[in-house]
Design a protein around this ligand. Structure first.
Ligand code: PEP
Ligand code: MG
Length: 876
């Protein structure tokens, strides 16, 4: 027997996601639970991988297995594929392990052609329905398989409605729809130069191929990169017997959630449309009815549905997102999955499931996607400003949050305005489609004219945690002219608007926003997370404001204070420049003496903000040319101050030029050439700690002095000797006691390779993975963006190595250095302070390597707390 690439629903189960994809596994599970599921089969994710191995071809073995299973479906249904007398029609749908917008979704009614549709009309006694199904099939097949744009078909429908003087598609009769089917086929031929395929077998293979192909379209690749989904997973394909929601007024189709996906509130939530097929609900062609309405119109089906929902929720122990169809009064379940939800709803649901006894706190913590918390940490509207503002309109609150920005009308503009012009934008669209995904991600918020709570815009925005208001039918929009009107006001590209994704209100002005805070469910989940994690979480902060913010988010210390950021303020930069252009040690010391009190004040404020928690202060790091003046006025002023000519100063500045500054005179090399800089910084660190300890009897600040860019133990030994001599003198002079630590960053490959030697001097290591990545890959952290795009396209790299740690290469150095360091000094403290410190997958790696802490930017502290807990739970 050949390898099995196809499974009947009755052969699978819910644990087979990897092989059957999420949709396939859940259809199998519902089948096993005895639920009314139209039967079918799943072509596995392995078949998809094989398709790519075979040069994007479906091999004969897989083809044979597919048709063999079509035969089995014929037996189950008593119908025949392609038989006009008694036709079997199927839907073809994609289904990856993780649900993925951007991929081919659905083709319905496959198996129809001119002949079959005639027979189908006769057999059902409902020609209107038969032709409606046919024209839909041609439309979907053309759009999703052959990528002929939807809009050509929509235009033909609109023309037909106009010709017939009707407004709803349900008012078109059988002849109109037959005529439309012919027009669609003609359109297909005009666009593609070939006839629409009449052979159902050819249609089926075309559809399966299209699903496989869509795994690798640019939208899907972008989504995968955003969500850390590996490209070798592949997608499954589900082929399922059709049931029809468009058979007339006793048929319908809908989407429902077992809890509100926006708020998490318990209770059935959803919408449906009678006499319609699935895509009508999602596309927002007609406005759907709320699910509660079904209770009045069809109480028996409603009750059956509620029972199924209840069973499914208890079975999966999570909020379910379901699709169903009612065919002539009979209910069928087409899909269930753990529903996508807003970050706020995710917290609410996780807490409720614990309270309802369905989940343990460990499971609740594991249910939350750490990065989704980001959306909760972002601003909401300033309450006063919001009260003073009057909405110009309102629509569906599709995804919560507050957004304020300039209007743009295309996804490309959203991307460009944000990345190139640094603008904050709101994307306003008639409706969004999968190709808009990148622009939607860049926009602050999304406003659509069409579409319900389950429209593309709503679903995708919720997944991204992006604010979205959808279905604002009051808007008159002209996307080409880039203008819309609402509430008697006209808005052009670049005008400010604000959106409240929690109420659905739209404001024709900029409304200021305020920072978020952690409370309620958020706090509860965080406290659970803290119980389970073993990693400490610190923050990268250079200002008291950032430090306070991080502290309020739960930071347990500062892992990196980049002291150079303190030198750019207008009152300090002058002294810094004097220091740089000094000729003698005395001149330099005089300039540094001006900086000392300022720096000491900064450190005191940082210690205060961190309330006695550990603070790591990194000594001056960047190349000095970053500080020198470029403006003539500033150069002249500096010359005057230093008693030099403008030409002298210019000569000094040009002498600082380096061909490769990131590998030049920076980091500890500055302290080796100018030890007085390290001495001043040491004084500031120690005096600040003495002062703050004196003010707080219960605090015992142990400052951690961190020497950057060390590659050789003797470098560190030298700078450390300057630090300890200075520190010990200051402490002795104060007649006080103070413990302090001296450690280093591991951010040069040579430091990682010789970490056993370096640990003889260093009391702690902090992995500076920004530089370590740069130097290990040998490409610039500032310029790599220029070519990395090509690397993603060619699948050489799947993600940005500056955002997500390259565990294979850079990670090997981290692991090795951690082991070498501990071998020399068993109690050495190990942490990470590169950007990777806030990335969940890197945090799991750090947990496994046994680091003591991760340090990240303030807004990523809660994400890191949760990710650290999940790492601990996953690796128990
Ligand atoms: C690093 O290199 O990872 C680091 C934290 O230092 P910086 O980004 O300041 O170079
Ligand atoms: Mg660095």
């Amino acid at each position: 027997m050949s390898y099995k690439f196809v499974y009947l629903f009755s052969e699978g189960n819910g644990n087979m996601r990897e092989l059957l994809g999420g949709k396939g596994a859940n259809l199998a599970e519902m089948t096993n639970l005895g639920m009314p599921v139209p039967q079918g089969f799943t072509v596995t994710t392995e078949a998809c991988t094989q398709y790519y191995k075979d040069g994007q071809e479906i091999n004969d073995d897989i083809k044979a297995q597919i048709f063999d299973h079509m035969k089995k479906m014929e037996e189950i249904s008593g119908k025949k594929f392609g038989d006009p007398e008694n036709p079997l029609l199927v839907s073809v749908r994609s289904g990856a392990r993780a649900s993925m917008p951007g991929m081919m979704d659905t083709i319905l009614n496959l198996g129809l052609n001119d002949e079959v549709v005639e027979g189908f009309a006769k057999k059902t006694g409902n020609p209107r329905f038969a032709y409606d199904s046919y024209r839909r099939f041609i439309q979907m097949y053309s759009d999703v398989v052959m990528e002929v744009g939807k809009k050509y078909f929509e235009e033909l429908i609109d023309e037909m409605k106009e010709k017939k003087g009707v407004t709803l598609d349900t008012e078109l009769d059988a002849d109109d729809l037959k005529e439309l089917a012919n027009q669609f086929k003609a359109e297909y031929k005009a666009k593609l130069g070939v006839d629409f395929p009449t052979d159902p077998a050819e249609q089926l293979m075309g559809a399966v191929k299209a699903v496989f192909r869509s795994w690798d379209n640019p939208r899907a690749i972008y989504y995968r990169r955003m969500n850390d989904i590996p490209s070798d997973w592949g997608t499954a394909v589900n082929v399922q017997m059709m049931v029809f929601g468009n058979m007339g007024d006793t048929s319908g189709t809908g989407v429902a959630f077992s809890r509100n996906p926006s708020t998490g509130e318990k209770g059935l939530y959803g919408e449906y449309l009678m006499n319609a097929q699935g895509e009508d609900v999602v596309a927002g062609v007609r406005t759907p009815q709320p699910i509660s309405h079904l209770k009045e119109t069809n109480p028996a089906v409603y009750e059956q549905f509620c029972n199924i929902v209840d069973t499914l929720e208890k079975h999966y122990r999570d909020m379910q997102d379901m699709e169903f169809t009612i065919e002539e009064g009979k209910l069928f379940m087409l899909q269930t999955r753990n529903g996508k939800r807003t970050p706020a709803a995710a917290l609410q649901i996780a807490c409720d499931l614990v309270d309802e006894g369905m989940r343990t706190p460990e499971e609740a913590v594991a249910m939350i996607e750490p990065r989704s918390l980001d959306a909760l940490l972002h601003p909401t509207f300033d309450t006063k400003a919001l009260k003073a503002a009057t909405p110009v309109g309102s629509a569906l609150p599709a995804s919560p949050g507050a957004a304020c920005g300039k209007v743009v009308f295309t996804a490309d503009d959203a991307t460009e305005w944000t990345t190139q012009k640094g603008e904050k934008v709101i994307l306003v669209r008639l409706e969004t489609s999968p190709e808009d995904i990148e622009g939607m991600n860049y926009a602050q918020g999304i406003l659509t004219v069409r579409g319900g709570m389950t429209s593309h815009a709503a679903v995708v925005a919720r997944g991204m945690g992006r604010c979205c208001v959808s279905g604002c039918g009051d808007i008159k929009i002209n996307e080409e002219e880039k203008v819309f009107t609402l509430g008697g006001k006209t808005f052009h590209e670049g005008d400010y608007i604000s959106l409240d994704g929690s109420t659905g209100n739209i404001y024709g002005e900029a409304i200021p926003t305020v920072e978020a805070s952690i409370s309620g469910n958020f706090d509860r989940i965080m406290k659970w997370a803290d119980e389970f994690r073993t990693l400490n979480i610190r923050t990268n902060a250079d200002t008291p404001r950032d430090a306070k913010q991080a502290r309020s988010f739960g930071a347990e210390g500062i892992g990196l204070c980049r002291t150079e950021h303190m030198f750019f303020d207008s009152d300090r930069i002058k002294a810094m420049r004097e220091m740089i252009v000094s000729d003698t040690v005395e001149q330099r010391e005089a300039a540094l003496a001006k900086l000392l009190p300022m720096q000491q004040g900064d450190f005191e404020a940082l210690y205060e903000a961190m309330e006695g928690c550990p603070v790591t202060i990194r000594f001056l790091d960047p190349p000095l040319h970053e500080f020198v003046p470029t403006e003539e006025d500033d150069i002249a002023e500096l010359a005057k101050e230093m008693g030099k000519t403008v030409a002298d100063i210019k000569a000094i500045i040009s002498g600082l030029h380096e061909f490769n500054p990131m590998m030049g005179h920076r980091g500890c090399r500055l302290a080796v050439t100018y030890p007085e800089i390290a001495a001043m910084q040491t004084k500031a660190v120690i005096q600040a700690a003495l002062a703050v300890n004196a003010r707080h009897a219960d605090w015992n600040i142990v400052p951690e002095i961190m020497i950057p860019l060390v590659g050789e133990v003797k470098e560190l030994a030298y700078v450390k000797s300057v630090v300890t001599k200075t520190a010990d003198e200051v402490i002795a002079a104060a007649g006080a006691e103070l413990t302090y630590k001296v450690g280093t960053m591991i951010e040069i490959p040579r430091a990682a390779l010789t970490a056993d030697e370096i640990a003889k001097e260093a009391e702690f290591f902090s992995f500076g993975t920004n530089d370590l990545t740069q130097m290990t890959f040998g490409f610039s952290r500032d310029d790599a963006g220029k070519f990395l795009g090509a690397y993603y396209d060619k699948k050489i790299y799947e993600s940005d190595p500056f955002a997500k740690l390259d565990q294979v290469g850079v990670g090997k150095l981290v692991k090795m250095a951690a082991e070498l360091g501990r071998a020399t000094r068993p109690d050495i403290k190990l942490g990470i302070c590169g950007e990777h410190g806030g990335d969940p997958s890197t945090i799991e790696f750090c947990h496994k390597v046994g680091l003591n802490y991760v340090s990240c930017s303030p807004f990523r502290v809660p994400i890191a707390r949760l990710a650290a807990a999940q790492a601990a739970l996953n690796n128990k």
